[in-house]
Design a protein around this ligand. Structure first.
Ligand code: ZN
Length: 181
């Protein structure tokens, strides 16, 4: 099933910026200035047709971004595979992050009530998309689990523990922008 593209603008203040610094591609990693605030852009749920525009705009504007991508979307066509490779190989400016294989098939309660199955879904996405990091974003749920930021609802805590034990960092978001055509 194809999910509507959702674009997240992730904003996080300097007090907890350090763990997120890891999600910025190494060559574009800013020097952190404690008196400034930083905005981290992330785009979720691709690769889909609209992902191409996001890639083009960010490349043209030299704007780093993280793309949290879904395995079934990447596997769908030659175009979506190509889009994921464009993100992966532009690693001086982009980070490709794991947003699960199925996006829970939009059955979030079932997904999170079966943490072993959900965990395996992330592993399947990892095999499919060849991520170069262990950064994940949970589908349909805003949870955090990094060295310095921890937030998870009771629903997702069993999955968060599994991902944490396997060395994954979970990145949520602070501000969400939904673009409706
Ligand atoms: Zn999503």
């Amino acid at each position: 099933m194809i999910l509507a593209p959702v674009f997240y603008i992730l904003v996080h203040f300097v007090t907890s910026i350090l763990p997120q610094n890891a999600i910025v591609a190494s060559s574009t990693k800013p020097k952190i200035q404690l008196n400034k605030r930083y905005i981290y852009l992330s785009f979720d749920d691709g690769p889909l047709k609209g992902t191409s525009n996001c890639i083009d705009v960010c490349l043209n504007e030299h704007t780093p971004a993280t793309f949290f991508e879904v395995g079934i979307h990447q596997a769908k066509s030659a175009l979506t595979k190509k889009l994921s490779y464009r993100i992966l190989y532009n690693d001086s400016i982009f980070v490709l992050g794991n947003h699960s294989y199925t996006h829970a098939n939009s059955e979030y309660l079932y997904f999170y009530h079966n943490p072993k199955m959900a965990f395996n879904d992330f592993l399947r996405a990892k095999r499919r998309l060849s991520f170069r990091n262990n950064i994940v974003r949970l589908p349909g749920n805003n949870a955090w689990n990094t060295a310095n930021v921890k937030y998870a609802s009771n629903l997702v805590k069993p999955l968060v523990h599994k991902l944490d034990s396997a060395g994954f960092n979970i990145i949520g978001w602070d501000v969400e922008w939904k673009f409706n055509i």
